[in-house]
Every structure is written in structure tokens, then in C-alpha cells.
Design a protein around this ligand. Structure first.
Ligand code: MG
Length: 362
């Protein structure tokens, strides 16, 4: 059986009404370009959006880190960025590879696998948050038996899972074997501004989850700087946690960093596609989940997994929490620490000489 690769690319190529949503013209352009490659470079594709981000979901047989696939995604984003510039969308071309426009490239999460008899795949997409937003979620799915009862009751999960964690500050990675090293894992991933879960493996080496903590630069090659608004691919059922177990952590309004103006912490709210546009200040951050049945590389779906009243209570709790945090204004702890990369408030007091600054006696 030939292996299938799922590649999920994300970029902000231009926000429609500030950072709130994606313009339909960008989605249409991306859909057209991806469809043209069906049966050629790609087996199948799907285009979606979350807030101001555009996501390209592709299946193909070229493996991960394939230059042709990455260059194609970059070309699609660049074509969309040109439209964004024409209609003057906010930050047009920010993540695209158009000359002179980008200080960073799109994000990508990729997973190569041999299809099982039935292969449900979940694609999670977040907006208004940082690359470590999935840390809490992945720990709950793959290491917490109170979330995933299958870790206790299903013999195929008894051995647990291994977590590959990238330390973005030290530019290093470390593997934690769980459950044996679950406390050490928590010691690292509980600082998601620095440590990001990159992949989760079964003990036989089969990858079950991958995140987009790595972003790519078509010219410079892959790097591990991480990026905002991460995506994640999770395989479920039959030797992995169940679909429902992969969604259950979103019933807790976990706090994540990265709202508007580089300021705040806030809750990560699970939403269906109709609610991915965040018009309120600071969101709250959104998490969308599309499920696909992967069959011969075809993406059967999507199923809009959070379009379910069972998540209504979680959404209400997220909104209550967002209210409580929002009224803190510029004060910590709403404000992220200055040292959090990419999230330092832009108008905080600067060190050194400044108008009105007077040195105090020792
Ligand atoms: Mg965004």
C-alpha cells in the first residue's frame, strides 16, 4: 500500500476587516489553483480559513518536506497575496513569499502514513494564539487517562506515547517517553512560550500527531522558530485515541497567549466554521477542527467537529473568562511577559534614556 502524505499549510496573506476574517476572493483563488493540480501534483485538496488565516490542506504521494509541494503552496499564497494587495486587505502578503513582502514564511504540518482499513484524520486550526497552544491539548489526549480512558482500557494504548518537544530558545529537541516521563514532559511543555510539542509517536514509531511549530522558508529551508496561529494533524481510532477523546480537551477553557496588539492571555474557544471570524478585541482565540476520512488519499469530508451543542458550555465559559481578562486592560497578567518572543507589547516602557526618565540614587 503506497504511503499518503497530508500537508496543511497556513498563512496570513491579508486580513479582511483588520485581523478578523478572510476575504472570499482569497479562498476562491486558492481553491481554483489547488483543484488544477488534482490528479497531477496532488491527490486531493481542501481550502479553508480561520480568522484572518488561509489554510491549504493537501494529500499527495511525495512525502514530507517535499520542495515541489512547498513551493506550490508558496506560489498559491503569493497569488492570494497579490489579490489581497489589490483590494488593500490588512497586512497583505505578510506570510507569503512575494519578493520584499515577507519577514517569515507560511507554517506547515505534515504527516506521512500508510492508510489503515479506516483512517479518520482530524485537522485542528487555531487563530490569535502562539505555537505552543496545542501543548495542553496534546498532553490531555495522549498522556492523561482521565481524558483518554483508552490509555487504561485499550490494550493497544497501554504502552503510552512518546512526545517530541522543541525548545525554541535553545534550538534543541528532546523526546519524552510517556507515561514514564510524564512529569518531566510537563515541566517543559508547561511553558508553551518556549517549548512546543512537535510530534507524538506510538511506541512502534508510528506518528499519530504533528503540529506546525516548524515554519518553512522556501529560500532558506526549514527552521524551528515556530509561528503564530498553529495547525495540527491528529490520527484517531484503532490504535490511537478515539475521535471523541481527541476533542474532549477543548471542553476546558485553557488559557493561551497571543491576542491582539501582542498583549494578552485568553481562552482558546472551540468553534464551528461559521464562528471562526473574531470581531471582538482579543477574540477569544479560536480553534476549528475539520475531520476527514482519508480513503485512497481522497479527503472524504470535511466534518465540522466543533459544530456540536456539546461544546456550548465550553464556549460560554470561554466568553466569561475572556470578559474577566479583558477588563484588566494593559495590566499583567492579561499582558504577556515582555520576554515572550513576538508578543512583547509594543508600547511598554523602554530601557535606557527616555524623555522624563530620571535616575534614582543608589
Ligand atoms: Mg491569524
Amino acid at each position: 500500500m503506497p504511503k499518503i502524505t497530508i500537508s496543511v499549510f497556513r498563512a496570513e496573506v491579508g486580513g479582511f476587516l483588520g485581523l478578523s476574517r478572510t476575504h472570499p476572493k482569497l479562498i476562491e483563488k486558492a481553491q481554483k489553483l489547488l483543484k488544477e493540480e488534482k490528479g497531477r501534483l496532488l491527490i486531493d485538496s481542501f481550502v479553508t480559513h480561520c480568522g484572518d488565516d488561509l489554510e491549504l490542506i493537501m494529500t499527495h504521494s511525495h512525502g514530507t518536506d517535499n520542495k515541489r509541494i512547498h513551493r506550490f503552496a508558496g506560489d498559491v499564497f503569493a497569488a492570494c497575496a497579490r489579490i489581497a494587495s489589490e483590494i488593500k486587505l490588512y497586512g497583505a502578503g505578510r506570510d507569503s513569499q512575494t519578493p520584499g513582502s515577507a519577514d517569515r514564511g507560511p507554517c506547515v504540518a505534515e504527516l506521512e502514513f500508510e492508510e489503515r482499513e479506516s483512517d479518520p484524520v482530524l485537522i485542528f486550526i487555531a487563530d490569535k494564539t502562539g505555537p505552543g497552544a496545542w501543548n495542553f491539548i496534546l498532553y490531555k489526549i495522549f498522556a492523561d487517562p482521565f481524558n483518554t480512558a483508552g490509555l487504561v482500557s485499550d490494550p493497544s494504548l497501554h504502552q503510552g506515547f512518546d512526545f517530541e518537544v522543541h525548545d525554541m530558545a535553545a534550538k534543541s529537541r528532546i523526546i519524552f517517553r510517556c507515561p514514564e516521563e510524564s512529569y518531566r514532559l510537563l515541566a517543559h511543555i508547561s511553558d508553551p512560550s518556549r517549548s512546543v510539542i512537535r510530534r507524538v509517536f506510538r511506541k512502534d514509531g508510528e506518528i499519530t500527531a504533528v503540529t506546525s511549530s516548524r515554519c518553512f522558508d522556501i529560500n532558506a529551508g526549514a527552521n524551528d522558530n515556530g509561528d503564530d496561529d498553529p495547525v495540527m494533524i491528529v490520527r484517531a481510532q484503532d490504535g490511537f485515541p478515539l475521535v471523541g477523546e481527541a476533542l474532549e480537551p477543548f471542553c476546558t477553557p485553557v488559557l493561551v497567549g497571543g491576542g491582539m496588539r501582542g498583549f494578552p492571555y485568553g481562552p482558546l474557544m472551540p468553534v464551528g466554521l461559521s464562528d471562526v471570524s473574531s470581531t471582538r478585541s482579543d477574540g477569544p482565540a479560536r480553534a476549528l477542527c475539520f475531520g476527514f476520512q482519508v480513503t485512497g488519499g481522497e479527503l472524504i469530508g470535511p466534518a465540522d467537529m466543533f459544530d456540536d451543542p456539546a461544546f456550548d458550555r465550553a464556549r460560554a465559559r470561554c466568553n466569561e473568562l475572556a470578559d474577566a481578562i479583558r477588563v484588566q486592560g494593559p495590566f499583567a497578567p492579561r499582558r504577556l511577559p515582555r520576554e515572550v518572543k513576538g508578543h512583547a507589547p509594543r508600547h511598554t516602557v523602554k530601557e535606557g534614556p527616555a524623555p522624563g526618565r530620571e535616575k534614582l540614587p543608589e
